[in-house]
Design a protein around this ligand. Structure first.
Ligand SMILES: [Zn+2]
Length: 236
């Protein structure tokens, strides 16, 4: 009997862990508050978003590409990098892009305490304001991971969790080549999509190279680019 109970307990524990693991990484569901992987619209509008940084070099390069394309995007920045590279943060704001909060230390926010969540988010908000950003500060969890404390804090504070529906960097065979990244994004993007790209670091050259192809290709297909906030405002 004891053995049976032990087996049942282990099975329940494994099933529950697997369930919570799936919830933790879901792009479209969380226990509290609003999570937004895309918006519902028939208009050909799309948001291009960049995660991590700012770092010197990568910031200037992406700002120059977006400046030539004359589009505005959303940058989800980490507090730690912004603190070290405030000059680059200010350049992103000055160029008219939207800045979102991507936590201070970029850890997986799964089994974290409420006080840790508060500290991670509020210290980063403060740095984003120091960079001169004045709009609503949207939030994106590192690695898209969240479970209890993070969504609870966000929903209590009326904050939206922004994920994505087009993620070329998540597939190594696509991520390895700028042509494949462009092809994947052009294929997967729909009206209202939120595209996630990582271009800041020196090991992300293929993604950086893909930006122009993505933007030109989507423009050619009739899309216009919005920040995530602007995209949310067009939702039907
Ligand atoms: Zn990240």
């Amino acid at each position: 009997m004891k053995k049976l109970i032990a087996v049942i307990v282990v099975v329940i524990f494994l099933a529950l862990s697997s369930f919570l693991w799936q919830i933790g990484k879901s792009r479209t569901f969380q226990f509290f508050g609003e999570i937004i992987p895309r918006v519902n619209t028939t208009e050909k509008v799309v948001a291009l978003t960049f995660d991590d940084g700012p770092v010197p070099g990568g910031t200037e390069e992406i700002l120059s590409i977006l400046g030539q394309e004359q589009i505005h995007c959303t940058f989800f920045l980490t507090g730690a990098e912004l603190e070290r590279n405030m000059e680059q943060g200010k350049k992103i704001v000055a160029a008219g892009h939207e800045v979102g909060n991507h936590t201070y230390s970029h850890v997986r926010m799964l089994l974290v305490t409420p006080s840790f969540v508060k500290q991670e988010i509020e210290s980063t908000d403060k740095l984003i304001r120091q960079a001169g950003y004045q709009g609503e500060i949207l939030f994106r969890p590192p690695f898209g991971k969240k479970l209890f404390a993070l969504p609870y804090y966000l929903s209590k504070n009326g904050r939206k969790t922004i994920t994505w529906d087009v993620e070329p960097n998540s597939f190594p065979e696509i991520d390895a080549s700028s042509e494949k990244i462009v092809e994947y994004v052009l294929q997967k993007t729909q009206p209202g999509s939120i595209i996630i790209l990582h271009v800041m670091y020196s090991n992300r050259k293929e993604s950086m190279k893909a930006v122009k192809g993505i933007v030109d290709g989507l423009k050619l297909r009739g899309y216009s680019f919005k920040t995530v906030s602007e995209l949310l405002a067009t939702a039907q």
